[in-house]
Design a protein around this ligand. Structure first.
Ligand code: PLP
Length: 381
């Protein structure tokens, strides 16, 4: 049985969890914006100006000036014609997929896609296919056999449990060669990758690749990770966004997020673009951590993002390692099947730009103990 632990402090690098003070390497607040004074201040000002709630859905009377401004800023940020704000990433993904696809269509997904993308594919009633993780040839093989009217290929930008990145230029080329549409959910890439925080798309564009509305038709981002808030957006063509406004049920039949929250997210968006040091600092921590773990003989999955997975294999070992770290005042979660494939139970460390040098060194000490545990178990078996 999975259990929930209760947080008695704000999200941050030092938290109070179930009454214990621990250093957390376990949140998705990659840039440390959830507690940023400017973001909190913008939320306060938004409350003063717009009240606590939106009062209605977007199509009735809940679409306010802050939502609208945020959408325009997101369109500019992503280089898309338009953007649409949703109350959560789960709803955005389910909403887009079920709006674009019906039973005569096909959806093709990377095997390790986020649950919301898999659910959206299943709920749509379209023929559902998966391809081996990051395997472009396997994808091409699947696409060749499909006869459906519309083919939507979907991938995470950065994979949430492994931290690795999709090869967007390769995906885009394969998908357009088969007359498909490409959708990328970059929940973990936005804010973290690319010089201006533009995510996986920006990362590849900086290497000279073109990834626009023509070859990457649906781009999804969320506000619950690097933006330090919650909610999500879909960016794309005028036609895509207008279709969603008219037909997307998870957009239409739900209360708009509080306008004050949209104000806070607008401030996050400015900080995401402006504070490059947060990405640079993260990149340094990540590379030091990887070097250290490799020296300790631990198995890391390939990842240049703040998500670092240390594969221990055995479920009990992963749980024991996580418990031992917790006793030493470090919160690092154990991730186990069915969230990840059998035999790949792991520790999942996530870094944030607010981690201090001391906190980082404490984690490295903890990893020395994990390595001992891992190697002693290896010898025993
Ligand atoms: C977190 C996440 C989501 C869900 O977003 P919420 O706003 O938390 O509902 C969707 N896709 C991916 C890849 C995610 O990591």
């Amino acid at each position: 049985m999975r259990q929930r632990r209760t947080l008695y402090s704000p999200q941050g690098s030092e938290i109070i969890l179930d009454g214990e003070h621990v250093t957390s390497f376990c949140s998705n607040d990659y840039l440390g914006l959830a507690g940023h004074p400017d973001v909190v201040q913008a939320f306060h000002a938004g409350l003063d100006n717009f009240g606590a709630g939106s009062g209605a859905s977007h199509l009735v009377s809940g679409h306010s000036a802050p939502h609208h401004a945020l959408e325009e800023e997101l369109a500019a940020f992503t280089g898309r014609s338009r953007a649409l704000v949703f109350s959560s990433g789960y709803m955005a993904n389910v909403g887009v997929i079920t709006t674009l696809l019906g039973k005569d269509d096909a959806v093709v997904e990377d095997r390790l896609n986020h649950a919301s993308l898999l659910d959206g594919g299943l709920f749509s009633g379209a023929a559902f296919k998966r391809y081996a993780h990051l395997d472009n040839e396997a994808l091409a093989g699947v696409l060749e056999k499909i006869t459906g009217k519309r083919k939507l290929v979907i991938s995470d930008g950065v994979f949430s449990m492994d931290g690795d990145m999709a090869n967007l230029p390769g995906l885009a080329a394969t998908v357009s060669a088969h007359d498909g549409l490409l959708m990328i959910d970059d929940a973990h890439g936005f804010g973290v990758l690319g010089d201006n925080g533009g995510g996986t798309v920006a990362y590849w564009q900086q290497q000279g690749h073109i990834l626009d509305e023509e070859n990457l038709q649906v781009l999804v981002g969320t506000f619950g990770k690097a933006f330090g808030s919650s909610g999500a957006f879909v960016a794309g063509s005028e036609e895509l966004i207008e279709t969603l406004i008219q037909f997307c049920r998870p957009y239409i039949y739900t209360t708009a997020m509080p306008p004050a929250q949209a104000e806070a997210i607008r401030t996050s968006l400015r900080l995401v673009q402006k504070d490059r040091w947060r990405r640079e600092y993260l990149a340094q921590m990540i590379s030091r951590f990887r070097t250290n773990c490799e020296e300790l003989g631990l198995t890391l999955l390939p990842s240049m993002t703040p998500i670092q997975a240390i594969v221990l294999g055995d479920v009990d070992l992963a749980l024991e390692a996580s418990e031992q770290l917790f006793e030493d005042g470090l919160f690092v979660s154990a991730i186990r099947p069915p969230t990840v494939p059998a035999g790949t139970a792991r520790l999942r460390v996530t870094f944030s730009a607010i981690h201090t040098e001391d906190q980082f060194l404490k984690l490295l000490d903890g990893m020395v103990k994990v390595a001992h545990l891992y190697h002693s178990r290896e010898q025993a078996s």
